[in-house]
Design a protein around this ligand. Structure first.
Ligand code: ASP
Length: 477
């Protein structure tokens, strides 16, 4: 239990986030190339890379060295944390899905829950893109950017945009479906191919329900214990979360081009307004109206996962915390959460899909294109499929946007225009992505009677809801 005087982990993460934003903004506005010169550094990037001779002049002193040390330390803490989370992402999907699928025990229950899960995931994704399209059509963010600004962005970010365009491969439907089946499951694990890992784990889980129970139970118990091991590792990794969240955010905010953000303010606000509508208007229809879970209970339970998703911009890396929040804080039974959430972190990207809808219409408006209803329906279809293939890691949503733009012939160079604000929007859409996963998990659980009452959750944790089940204090003992 969290001792009375100890601040709960999610509060510490929130403090890290806020401090990161404040310090990042201060650096953004006050740190200029002249500041580096004043410290005796001629070429900051060479100096930061450790190239002493090219980067500094004879005036460089202890302050330059200290600045570099702090920047490198900051980077190190952020990278260490992200590595820790990535380390956990593949094993947690494998272990929990095998346990989840096999503990559903009979195939009819598995296909019922599986059908509901995938059906609702696809449905909410289609709603998300439609909201994105609707907002962008009504609010017309493209009309707030002049042709000059547009061309300026294309010149400034054209090269980076080309890299994204090159990374996108036009999917062939047959190949995409075929590629879900790994030729070699170990290869899939080594490459971190999440769709293949989900498929292989589900297959093993299902096969376990088909073999003799006494044999299967040994394997299930093994994976169940391994899931607990991973959760313990998550707790260890999370000990540095508040510092790492600060490190990750400060860099993003410090590097954020405030002037770029200014020109793309309307576009960014439309994306954020769409995401907020999803999170606070559409999802409550699922968890509250249909699932009977109060607003307060839902958001209080999942806020640590939302915070982490925002800071890391990766739904895969956030998965272990999403699972902890749903099981410990929301009281969803493991048999449902360990099945629904890993699939969600892999295929359900509502925030990403919504952003793709807004971005597509925005870029079309920038180039004076009018999208017909048929073209917008093509966007709904392509973005739904693209979001399934989007890996839960930072920045992939933009690569998949290339495919969406291609599907209706919107100029790909428009990617360069929105590139400057992509990371900050990625953080927002990832929060929405995992909120959607939690909503579907809660909805499926309540339809299966697999969710505890608030009293049961509190009794189990022996602490009120606003204390900290992510950190049960055992690590301090
Ligand atoms: N970063 C997002 C996620 O992990 C995916 C994306 O939109 O780029 O959910």
């Amino acid at each position: 239990m969290t001792p009375k005087n100890k601040l709960a982990l999610h509060w510490k993460i929130l403090i890290g986030l806020i401090l990161g934003i404040v310090v990042g903004l201060a650096i953004n506005t006050m740190w200029t190339p002249d500041t580096w010169n004043a410290l005796g550094v001629d070429n900051p990037s060479a100096y930061l890379n450790g190239e002493e001779t090219t980067g500094i002049n004879e005036d460089a002193g202890i302050f330059a060295w200290m600045t570099r040390f702090i920047i490198n330390l900051n980077q190190f803490v952020g990278d260490l944390f992200m590595r820790g989370l990535r380390f956990i992402a593949v094993p947690i999907v494998i272990f929990s899905l095998i346990v989840g699928a096999s503990s559903l025990n009979d195939l009819s229950k598995l296909s019922r829950i599986g059908g509901k899960t995938i059906g609702i995931y696809l449905f909410t994704t289609a709603i998300a893109i439609s909201i994105g399209l609707l907002f962008a059509n009504v609010l017309k963010p493209g009309t707030y950017v002049s042709e000059e600004t547009r061309d300026g962005f294309v010149a400034q970010f054209g090269e980076q945009a080309q890299a994204k365009i090159g990374a996108a491969q036009k999917p062939d439907v047959w190949d995409t479906v075929l590629n879900i089946v790994p030729k070699n499951p170990f290869n899939a694990i080594a490459e971190g191919n999440m769709l293949q890992i989900v498929f292989a784990s589900l297959l093993v889980g299902i096969a376990l329900t088909l073999i003799k129970r006494e044999k299967a139970i040994v394997v299930i118990q093994f994976f169940d214990a391994m899931t607990d091991v991973i959760i313990k590792i998550v707790e260890i990794v999370l000990m540095i979360a508040p510092y790492a969240v600060f490190s990750l955010i400060v860099v993003q905010i410090a590097a954020l081009g405030l002037d770029i953000l200014g020109s793309l303010a309307v576009y960014s606000l439309v994306v954020v307004a769409g995401l907020l509508t999803m999170m606070f208007v559409i999802y409550p229809i699922g968890f509250k109206v249909l699932g009977g879970i109060s607003y307060n209970r839902f958001y209080k339970a999942i806020s640590p996962a939302q915070l982490l998703a925002f800071s890391s911009a990766s739904s895969s890396a956030t998965l272990p915390v999403t699972m902890e929040c749903c099981e410990q804080r929301l009281g969803i039974k493991e048999e449902v959460s360990s099945f629904v959430l890993p699939i969600g972190a892999t295929i359900n990207m509502d925030g990403t899909a919504l952003y793709q809808g807004v971005a597509a219409v925005f870029i079309a408006q920038l180039y004076g294109m009018d999208l017909s209803i048929a073209e917008q329906l093509t966007i709904v279809l392509t973005a739904t499929l693209a979001s399934i293939g989007t890996a839960g890691v930072p920045g992939v949503g933009m690569i998949m946007l290339v495919i969406v733009l291609q599907s209706v012939g919107i100029p790909l160079e428009g990617i360069a225009v929105i590139l400057g604000v992509d990371r900050i929007l990625d953080m927002c859409r990832t929060s929405c992505n995992i909120t959607g996963d939690c909503m579907v998990c809660a909805l499926v659980a309540s339809s299966e009677g697999a969710i505890e009452s608030v009293e049961e959750v509190e009794a189990k944790l022996a602490m009120p809801m606003d204390e900290d089940p992510l950190d049960d204090g055992r690590l301090d003992e």
